[in-house]
Ligand binder design. Structure first.
Ligand code: CMC
Length: 430
């Protein structure tokens, strides 16, 4: 389609809808004159057909099963980069030079500590609190220490806030975990790199030496990269939506975390392991019964880790993770009966007409949990790990939104189906 776009016929009238040419992928039609000129709005549940923005960060080709960040295929980034390099790429648009990366790493180290008063904040949560609730609350809470950096239109403040968020997120996540175990919080160590530092804060105890296993650090690095960004998914769209009101970056990201927590989004990685464990441990639950339940329209059970709004082919992240699960289990010398259940379930689903006719394939969450488990993370931390990974994508999208001259406060319309004007009846007569 070219920039002439299309002409829409509405009764006797016609409206030209200018085209917006994409570099690759779906072109767009600008429908912004439809309501002012004709009093008609578009209806698109779940925004499945709506581009809420133009973006230069991430491209997903759902039919080809392709994912690129700033033009680089995810496979190459996962193979060759550190998570911080990918975070830099997402935020600034280019891979860092050696000097830029050193400065970027140094800024992460400079900001990794939390204000000491935050310890009381973590203490106030019940021990059983879900770490996602703590993560999003703490992300909002730390904004109160940096109010002078809240202005979304001040570039320096935005970069400072972005660095603080990235640097402190592993500390917040590890503190949230320590809270649930009752063991002492472990402070960040600036002689360690980003991923190693996180693993140290998670698993070290003050009473003994803890050495980060390089195999585990490498695997976690890849996992974080695979989660780093994914276009206008539910949490990223939420971050942009909230940020469009000029809410600060911390508040916008905290909102995105809450969107991520849902089981249809990032919460699926926890739900997958719960589903696989159920099949492995409950004699009444089998792969066959799981498939049958997922197909039953009267049952709200879904095959967790299957299906995707955009991918109508194998999710490239799942493809990498499936192979990676074998490697990681080999290297940590672990064996996980859930991997076998997952492979059986995948085989059964891919050979079932219900799933193949709907193009339902494993997504990123199907195999990630098995690897997180092998690395020693508890199930309730899985979505937190997704959040640490997705943080650069949220920040990059928020920044792109604030810099886009087309940005307006997000304010969708509705098609009203309720009562029209009714006669008011005073309370004593009702
Ligand atoms: N199990 C059984 N049926 C499914 C599944 C599933 N996991 N996913 C989709 N379907 C069916 C759905 O019932 C519908 O069938 P029909 O056409 O007969 O009504 C059809 O496939 C299309 O599904 P949809 O719900 O219209 O698709 P969507 O784009 O609105 O939803 C999804 C996408 C990811 C929410 C959905 O596939 C799902 O619920 N999957 C399970 C949860 C999950 O794994 N989420 C992680 C997503 S990937 C990472 C991330 O974003 O965090």
């Amino acid at each position: 389609m070219d920039e002439r776009g299309a002409t829409l016929q509405i009764g006797e009238n016609s409206l030209d809808l200018p085209g917006i040419k994409a570099n690759v992928g779906n072109d767009g039609l600008n429908i912004s004159k439809l309501r002012p000129n004709h009093g008609i709005v578009t209806y698109d549940p779940g925004f499945a057909n709506t581009a809420s923005t133009r973006s230069t960060i991430t491209y997903v080709d759902g039919n080809a099963g392709l994912l690129t960040h700033r033009g680089y295929p995810i496979e190459e980034l996962a193979n060759s980069c550190s998570f911080l390099e990918v975070a830099y790429l997402l935020l600034y648009g280019d891979l860092p030079t050696k000097r830029q990366l050193e400065a970027w790493q140094a800024s992460m180290q400079r900001h990794s500590l939390l204000n000491e008063e935050m310890k009381r904040f973590f203490d106030a949560f019940p021990k059983r609190a879900h770490p996602m609730a703590i993560l999003s609350s703490a992300t909002n809470a730390i904004s109160t220490f940096y109010e002078e950096y809240h202005n979304p239109n001040d570039e320096e403040s935005v970069i400072e806030s972005a660095q603080r968020l990235l640097a402190k997120m592993p500390t917040i996540a590890a503190f949230a975990y320590k809270k649930s175990t009752g063991f002492p919080y472990i402070y960040p160590r600036n002689d360690l790199r980003y991923v190693e530092n996180f693993l140290h804060m998670m698993f070290a105890l003050p009473t003994e030496e803890y050495h980060v296993d390089p195999v585990i650090a490498k695997a976690l690095n890849v996992l974080l990269i695979l989660h780093a960004d994914h276009g206008q998914n539910c949490s990223t769209a939420t971050v942009r939506f909230v940020g469009s009101s000029q809410a600060n970056l911390f508040a916008s990201v905290a909102a995105g975390m809450n969107a991520l927590w849902g089981p249809l989004h990032g919460g699926a990685n926890q739900a997958v392991i719960e589903m696989l464990s159920n099949i492995a441990n409950d004699p009444n639950a089998t792969t066959e019964s799981a498939i049958a339940r997922a197909k039953d329209k009267n049952d709200d059970f879904r095959l967790m880790g299957f299906g995707h709004r955009v991918y109508k082919n194998y999710d490239p992240r799942a493809r990498i993770l499936k192979k990676f699960a074998d490697d990681v289990l080999d290297r940590v010398k672990g064996d996980d009966p859930l991997l076998k259940v997952a492979e059986e379930l995948e085989y059964a689903a891919l050979n079932d007409e219900y799933f193949s006719s709907r193009n339902l394939y494993p997504n990123v969450d199907f195999y990630s949990g098995i690897i997180f488990r092998a690395l020693g993370f508890p199930v309730r931390m899985f979505t937190v790990l997704f959040a640490i990974g997705r943080l650069p994508g949220w920040i990059a999208n928020w920044k792109e939104m604030t810099e886009d001259p087309d940005t307006r406060i997000a304010r969708p319309r509705q098609i009203y189906l309720g009562e029209t004007t009714r006669e008011f009846i005073p309370l004593h007569k009702r």
